[in-house]
Write a protein that binds this ligand. Structure first.
Ligand code: SF4
Length: 449
């Protein structure tokens, strides 16, 4: 059911230099200065009610203590529809009383990032890449933030000693080839500090790719100066993923910022969080994906909203995500179709989810359906017996313990067992004459001899 105050106007994209009346007379050189934008962020009921007709629900959310910090850049605040509490920009950054409502399965650190950190601020969840949290500060704060346990809290920032420990871990861990800088938002860091991080990472020979995850191009596109782009371009290969959730965020200022980065040779991707009341409509997602590609940004992920404190009211069903993916694949260029993922609570990592296109399968045929419902058949080559080429041994990944299901297919093991599988199946009976020889269960040709 549609909210009584929901308006189409609050969904539409805005022209260049959109400013709330409060900032109409600010000189352009101040308005376009990212430091001015950060210094003049809004964070109180008094300031916000000068530009927005706040609802009682919002006022209660703003007053609540102990929640994620509130800060909104004047630029981003100017995109808010002042009269429509369902405005998708507004809902992302203005707290409401609904943040205070607990829900089943919520956690402070639902992705178990801190549990999978060999040193503070460095999450090593996947075999060859790490997430490096280099600040807890952002340009504005998203109410559904996965890292709300630390983000916005200056006391949670990482110390120089912890930062050195992160680098030290990277230097002595050659399996890491890809470092994703995040936080917080790396692009709010002092430019000299950010460059020193990049410089140190580039000294580590086995790190092939550096990535930055940022929402600064959306919250404060003024930060994407030519100077910043020139600096970043010295550390290629460097990729950047922009966090963007709604077409209304893609203003002319953001388009300019994205263009500057693209011209600096930085491949751009987008990550989007599926959020109730913000972008959980197929038409909104289609528009967003099309606009991203028009800006030369490749949609990379749509995330299912995490089960994190304060984000319950933003969550949709996974079924809604699948319906949205159904509306994207085939309906637009493959470049515009991201991967929809559920980041598994407890640190299981991102699992791709989507419609099922395989209708059935036999030894000789696969029956598939397309986005239109057309059902066709692919005939399998019956003489195919797998790849028959030699590969350079140095290309083979050797990191331990993470081959997973791919390892099962390669014949490295017969099963992946839950931790207590063996013990529970002994049923307390211990070792006896029938179960004492483990060679009974060693399948010939599978696993190590
Ligand atoms: S920009 Fe990213 S890290 Fe910062 S509040 Fe938003 S989601 Fe969280």
């Amino acid at each position: 059911m549609q909210h009584a105050e929901a308006s189409v106007r609050s969904q539409l994209q805005l022209p260049r230099n959109t400013r709330a009346p409060r900032w109409r007379d600010v000189p352009d050189d101040e308005w376009n200065d990212w430091r001015w934008q950060l210094k003049n962020r809004l964070n109180s009921i008094g300031e916000l009610s000068e530009i927005i007709r706040l609802t009682p629900d919002e006022e209660e959310g703003i007053r609540a203590s102990g929640r994620l910090r509130l800060d909104i850049t004047p630029y981003f605040a100017s995109l808010i529809d002042p009269d429509d509490p369902t405005c998708p920009i507004r809902r992302q950054v203005l707290p409401t009383a609904q943040e205070l409502v607990p829900f089943d399965a919520e956690m402070a650190d639902s992705l178990a990032e801190d549990r999978h950190s060999p040193v503070p601020g460095l999450v090593h969840r996947y075999p060859d890449r790490v997430l490096m949290l280099i600040t807890t500060q952002c340009a504005s704060y998203c109410r559904y933030c996965t890292r709300s346990r630390i983000v916005g809290d200056p006391h949670a920032n990482f110390s120089p000693a912890e930062f050195e420990a992160q680098l030290d871990y990277l230097r002595r861990t050659p399996q890491v080839r890809d470092v994703l800088l995040s936080g917080g938002d790396p692009l709010v860091l002092n430019p000299k500090v950010l460059e020193s991080v990049l410089r140190e990472l580039r000294k580590i020979e086995h790190i092939e790719v550096i990535r930055i995850g940022s929402r600064v191009p959306i919250f404060a596109p003024q930060r994407i100066t030519q100077e910043l782009c020139d600096m970043l371009s010295q550390y290629h290969p460097l990729w950047l993923n922009v966090h963007v959730n709604h077409p209304r965020e893609l203003t002319p200022e953001v388009s300019d910022a994205l263009d500057r980065m693209t011209r600096a040779g930085i491949p751009l991707g987008a990550q989007t969080v599926l959020l109730r009341g913000i972008n959980d409509h197929p038409v909104v997602m289609q528009k967003l994906m099309r606009e991203l590609v028009r800006n030369r940004v490749r949609p990379y992920y749509i995330y299912q909203c995490d089960e994190v404190h304060g984000a319950g009211h933003f969550r949709t069903t996974v079924a809604q995500g699948i319906e949205i993916m159904e509306s994207l694949r085939g309906h637009m260029s493959g470049y515009a179709v991201p991967t929809y993922v559920v980041d598994l609570p407890g640190g299981g990592g991102k699992v791709p989810v989507g419609p099922n296109y395989i209708v059935s399968q036999s030894r000789s045929r696969v029956v598939l359906r397309n986005f239109e419902g057309y059902i066709g058949t692919y005939t399998e080559p019956l003489d195919y017996a797998g790849p028959d080429m030699a590969v350079p041994p140095e290309w083979v990944r050797t990191e331990p313990g993470q081959r997973g299901v791919s390892g099962l297919l390669a014949g490295e093991a017969l099963a992946i067992e839950p931790k207590e599988f063996e013990d529970s199946h002994l049923r307390g009976g211990g070792t006896h004459r029938l179960n004492q020889d483990p060679r009974k269960w060693q399948p010939r040709g599978i696993g190590a001899d």
